[in-house]
Write a protein that binds this ligand. Structure first.
Ligand SMILES: NC(=O)c1ccc[n+]([C@@H]2O[C@H](COP(=O)([O-])OP(=O)(O)OC[C@H]3O[C@@H](n4cnc5c(N)ncnc54)[C@H](OP(=O)(O)O)[C@@H]3O)[C@@H](O)[C@H]2O)c1
Length: 276
């Protein structure tokens, strides 16, 4: 079984340095995947109300036999539930679907700046944290300005910002800001959604020279950047190998080689994207 190193959050809690993404696995498949992943050493599981699989994720956690306190479950507030009361109610629905007493990390899924209600949601999340129902509060797809506004209006910074991050979108300025504020960067679509990145000749050559897979090279790049990748795989073998990235090191030149490519988003632009 692979043991994953732990990262410490700005609220003093800990989180594994790599986790499992679960979108778009439906309930039944998610249950199998989560139970199997926990059995092989995964300890961080990422879901969201909008993935429609919180029930399956919760069942997988329960079935795994791994002690609850050793597992970190992340879920996310959907756009349709921004607002103070709406957030309290939405969280309770997520918690019920997950079948958990508490959620380790709760994120605002997207900022939806045109709705302008994310600060109200943030205040509700702070109450839920005070009530012991959320261990750590965070955001997803937030810009530097939006995080600064949370700090200005509530005095509390997120523990995590989960953002689109992979070699095709390396986000150096936002990562630098996170580091300065002691916010952990989580990488979504860390493998570029299984895109051409995994067939890139530079990446495959590096993989050969280290005796690993192209996906392992990319995931190691995240870890050495200081980010926490959450790759999704529905395949047990790929899940195992994706976790096994703590036994080799890329040199600075090799990291630069992985980074050196034209930049483009695969997902929505946080300044404009609206998802309910
Ligand atoms: N916060 C947000 O707004 C947001 C947005 C998007 C995603 N996410 C989260 O981030 C997670 C990961 O992102 P993602 O699923 O979009 O992309 P990803 O993890 O970069 O890529 C997943 C794709 O890569 C394939 N894959 C996985 N491991 C592989 C390997 N070792 N070799 C070859 N192919 C491999 C998977 O196929 P198989 O399943 O067939 O292996 C799947 O098609 C999601 O599941 C979700 O939890 C969050």
């Amino acid at each position: 079984m692979t043991t994953v190193p732990q990262r410490t959050l700005n609220d003093g809690r800990t989180m594994p340095a790599l986790g499992l993404g679960t979108y778009p696995l439906p309930d039944g498949v998610a249950e199998e995947a989560v139970a199997d992943a926990l059995g092989t050493g995964y300890r961080l599981i990422d879901t969201a109300a909008n993935y429609g699989n919180e029930t399956g994720v919760g069942r997988g956690v329960a079935r795994s036999g791994v002690a609850r306190e050793d597992i970190r479950v992340t879920t996310k507030l959907p756009g349709r539930h921004h607002g103070y009361e709406e957030t309290l109610a939405s969280f309770e629905e997520s918690r019920a679907r997950l079948g958990l007493e508490y959620v380790d990390l709760y994120l605002i899924h997207w900022p939806l700046p045109r709705q302008d209600r994310y600060v109200d949601s943030w205040r509700a999340m702070l109450k839920l944290r005070d009530d012991g129902l959320i261990r750590s509060v965070g955001v997803s797809n937030f810009t530097q300005e939006q995080i600064e506004r949370l700090e200005l209006e509530t005095g509390v910074l997120p523990a995590v910002n989960q953002i689109e991050l992979h070699p095709l979108l390396a986000q150096p300025e936002l990562r630098e800001f996170h580091t300065a504020k002691d916010i952990i960067t989580q990488s979504w679509s860390p493998l570029g959604r299984g895109s051409s990145l995994l067939d890139d000749p530079g990446v495959t050559a590096l993989a050969e020279s280290h005796g690993v897979t192209p996906a392992q090279v990319i995931l190691r790049w995240h870890v050495q950047l200081g980010a926490v990748p959450i790759p999704k795989s529905g395949d047990p073998q790929r899940r195992r190998s994706n976790l096994d990235v703590f036994g080799f090191t890329l040199t600075p030149d090799e990291l630069a080689l992985v980074s050196a490519r034209p930049q483009r988003r695969l997902g929505g632009d946080p300044e404009h994207h609206e998802e309910f």
